[in-house]
Design a protein around this ligand. Sequence first.
Ligand code: SF4
Length: 149
Amino acid sequence: MLNAHCMKNPKPDHRHEMEAIYAELERRPLPRQCEMRTGCCHFRLAGHTPMLTRGEAFYAAQGVRASGRKALKPHPDGACPLLGRDGRCTIYKHRPFGCRTHFCAEAGGMYPRKHVADLIQRLESLDERLGGSGSRPLEAAVTDALAEL
Ligand code: SF4
C-alpha cells in the first residue's frame, strides 16, 4: 500500500533497488552470447514484447531521458522503440530485466526461472510498492513512466 508521499512521488527508492537487482543478476553468469544481437528487439520477428514492472519502466525511462529524449517514437519496422538507427539498444545500461535474461533464442534462450526467481520476486515487490499492478508491455510502461519522471 502506498502512502500519500509515494502517490505524489512514486519513484523514491526504485533506482537503488533496480541497480541492486541488475548488479545481482550480473553476478550470476550463465553462458549466453548476447553481444547486442538485437534479435529480441524485433518484436514482430521474435513474437513477443518485453513486459516491464514499474521499477524497470522508471529505470528504462531514466535511460531514455539520459539519451536526450522525452518521448518514445515507434520504430518503423515494429521493433522496440528503444532500438536505435544503428541497430543497437539506445538504453543498454538501463534495459529491462527481460532484455538481460534473454528471451532471445539466438543469444541462448531464456534464463531458467529458478536462476532468477528471487530477483523476479524483488521486481514484483518493488512494482507493488510503486503502485503498479503487474508487468506491462514495454512501450506503454515506459511511456507512462516518462510522463511521471
Ligand atoms: S530495451 Fe533495448 S535491449 Fe530491450 S528490446 Fe528494446 S532495444 Fe532491445
